[in-house]
Design a protein around this ligand. Structure first.
Ligand SMILES: [Zn+2]
Length: 96
């Protein structure tokens, strides 16, 4: 079992508590490899699977996806609003 710490990909802070001390764990299996990111403060955990054993970027990407920055989350939510508004327009056009 191998545990690498990598700084190649920038790790987002924990979405639940804002902590930036995230433990990235790479199991290091040659196939069906698993990994995880865990906030050392509140233990918010993201599990990832099937990534390479010799770098941690895929785990960090998964962590970042589940822990978006404020800006990223706002962009995502605004996109949702746009989609909802379009959906409302569609519903209004319905004549039954
Ligand atoms: Zn946390």
């Amino acid at each position: 079992m191998l545990c690498n710490q990598s700084n190649e990909e920038k790790i987002n802070v924990c979405i639940k508590c804002g902590n930036n001390d995230i433990l990235i764990n790479n199991c290091g299996y040659s196939s069906f490899n698993a990994g995880s990111g865990t906030c050392k403060k509140c233990e918010n955990k993201v599990v990832a699977s099937n990534g390479s054993w010799d770098d941690d970027n895929w785990i960090i990407k998964e962590w970042n996806f589940k822990n978006p920055t404020k800006e990223e989350e706002i962009v995502f939510l605004e996109d949702q609003i746009k989609k909802m508004k379009n959906k409302i327009k569609e519903v209004k056009k319905r004549d039954w």
